[in-house]
Write a protein that binds this ligand. Structure first.
Ligand code: PLP
Length: 389
């Protein structure tokens, strides 16, 4: 390996939510944090270097968005996901969650329904309800240890009169599914049938393991392209979440104009000079780093699954098809609050309890394995000791 993902870097006192917010979240600070979805690895060296150089310039006035900031993203999506984008389709935004909020405001009214598929990334709930929209849930089916879409229920929810939007998480956080073409087509056809716009959050699309392939739903047909907004960011891929830069792809001109109107009403253009530089450099030069990262993450996943299989076999884990998140089924160890308490106060490992991803997740725990193997090993050992009785 060219890059040293084993390097342990102290992140405390760096204003890191994951490392510096432990007392508030877990009530103590001696926790190994495996919650917030960022990784404990340095970003690609090219990115660090370009930011250092820019910092040395010393002047940080208003940034200007140029083609050179968008072209590397276009090339990346073409090469990685086989989808050719037009420059005009792309709007640079602060972060994906803000961009999703903007879309909800632009394409639904208070009282309208938005469909989500729990267990799912927690902010999907809040951004719907805090804006006065109604949540309709289409829970994923969990059969034989594998999650899939419940299409019958989906049709019921999409066909309701006030349903306007479906928020798709693709790949899916926290269950790690990379949706297959037939699943996406079937979901897309239902959305087209009931005239539902798709908000496809593809922030995890670059971290996908061997034998799986991410497909942007918008790339699957002209009709889907016209009725989908797709949300990307380099933040998971290259560990850049603090730089708050994301890309929204809206091929349909009318939708794009409506989105831009709302965006301008709620915020002035949310771009920052470091985020733009980092994204550009990562997409231009980060592929080799990413390929090695994926190998390292997969080894972390295999290590963890193997560890639990031998040490705590009552915990069930499926290997995720994408993402650096593991979804551990701890239901055989007692109720969620009991298990959570053991994690925090005996194991001293900070995971996220499944119920925050929707009631369907209750009893599961999400574990972020984006960290050096030594930290992962220590966390697994602590969990083993805490739960072995
Ligand atoms: C599915 C999904 N969407 C969005 C985000 C957050 O993206 P951002 O930081 O760009 O708002 C996350 C972070 O974990 C995520 O998992």
């Amino acid at each position: 390996m060219t890059y040293d993902f084993d390097e342990i870097i102290d992140r405390r006192n760096t204003s890191s939510e994951k490392w510096d917010n432990l007392v508030q979240v877990y009530g103590r600070d001696d926790i190994i944090p495996m919650w917030v979805a960022d990784m404990d690895f340095k970003s690609p060296p090219e990115v660090v270097k370009v930011l250092e150089q820019r910092a040395r310039h010393g002047i940080f006035g208003y940034p200007m968005l140029k083609d050179e900031h968008v072209e590397p993203f276009i090339n990346w999506i073409t090469e990685k996901h086989n989808w050719k984008l037009d420059k005009e389709w792309i709007i640079v935004n602060s972060c994906v969650v803000d961009a999703l909020k903007t879309a909800i405001l632009a394409f639904s009214k208070p009282g309208d329904n938005v469909v989500i598929q729990p267990p799912v990334y927690r902010p999907f709930f809040n951004i719907v309800t805090s804006n006065g929209r109604k949540l309709l849930t289409n829970p994923l089916k969990f059969e034989n240890g594998r999650y899939s879409i419940d299409f019958e229920d989906l049709e019921v929810k999409l066909s309701e009169k006030r349903t306007k939007l479906l928020m798709l998480c693709s790949p899916h956080n926290p269950v790690g599914r990379v949706w297959k073409e037939d699943e996406l087509i079937r979901l897309g056809e239902l959305c087209l049938k009931y005239d539902i716009l798709i908000l496809s959050d593809e922030i995890h699309s670059d971290i996908v393991y061997e034998n799986f392939k991410h497909l942007p739903i918008s790339s699957l047909s002209k009709e889907l392209q016209d009725s989908t907004l797709t949300f990307y960011a380099p933040s998971k891929t290259f560990n850049l979440a603090g730089l708050r830069t994301s890309f929204v792809v809206i091929p349909n001109q009318k939708l794009r104009e409506e989105y831009e109107t709302i965006l301008e009403n709620i915020s002035s253009k949310n771009i920052n000079i470091f985020g733009l530089l980092a994204a550009t450099t990562a997409y231009n030069y980060g592929e080799k780093w990413l390929n090695e990262l994926i190998v390292y993450l997969k080894e972390n996943i295999d290590f963890t699954i193997d560890f639990f299989k031998h040490k705590l076999p009552k915990v069930k884990i499926n290997s995720p098809e994408g993402t650096f998140l593991l979804w551990l089924d701890f239901r055989r160890y007692g109720n969620e609050s009991f298990v959570k308490n053991v994690f925090i106060n005996k194991a001293k490992v900070g995971l996220e309890e499944g119920s925050i991803f929707g009631q369907e997740g209750e009893g599961f725990f999400r574990m972020n394995i984006g960290c050096p193997r030594k930290i992962l090993t220590e966390a697994c050992n602590n969990i083993y000791i805490a739960f072995k009785e």
